[in-house]
Design a protein around this ligand. Structure first.
Ligand code: ZN
Ligand code: ZN
Length: 185
């Protein structure tokens, strides 16, 4: 641990990494922080809904059978709530406005999370690890969707000691942050 004061972006991403430690999904583990004007208004990590068996206890049929449902597909059948969705939903549950917030996530958001964030008025996304659509033909559509965030979707550098635990092997392979954080890992 260095005693250099982190930037606000490093600070938020480090908190997102701590939030991720509670994730319970057999796929990638993700943490998210929603911040408005530099203040945290909500957090979320991925896993099954409240009062349901956890994903690693067989709580999600889709996650339990990855052969039948390959990575990046059948999200509509998956009952694991994504970290970004949980951050939005916790805010809704407790009546906190998220309009104009920035969302910090340990992985770049999927299609569903991106569209939900846009509709909730999230102004921008800061991410650590890459996520890319499984179907390469959707790359343009994904870029188009992310292009609607007024403050952009931007990589934030952070050291991630638990990356091997958190990322599915597929994401690990394509992750662009490999190069950027290798010096401090
Ligand atoms: Zn799951
Ligand atoms: Zn998502």
């Amino acid at each position: 641990m260095s005693n250099t004061r982190p930037t606000i972006e490093e600070y938020m991403m480090n908190i997102a990494l701590t939030v991720r430690s509670r994730a319970n999904c057999k796929g990638s583990k993700v943490g998210a922080v929603l911040a408005r004007e530099g203040h945290i208004v909500s957090t979320g990590y991925n896993g099954t809904p409240h009062n349901m068996p956890n994903c690693d206890e067989g709580g999600c049929v889709r996650c339990s059978d990855r052969k039948k449902f390959p990575k990046g597909t059948a999200y509509d059948l998956c009952i694991c709530v994504h970290a970004e969705q949980n951050a939005l939903l916790s805010a809704a549950r407790f009546g906190i406005s998220v309009e104009g917030s920035l969302l910090y996530s340990t992985i770049r958001p999927c299609f569903s999370c991106a569209k939900e964030m846009l509709q909730a008025g999230i102004k921008g996304v800061r991410f650590l690890h890459e996520w890319v659509p499984e179907n390469k033909n959707l790359n343009d559509e994904y870029s188009r969707l992310l292009g609607y965030f007024p403050n952009g979707v931007v990589f934030v550098k952070a050291s991630d000691e638990n990356k091997a635990w958190a990322l599915s092997s597929k994401i690990n392979k394509t992750d662009q942050s490999n190069k950027n954080v290798s010096s401090d890992e």
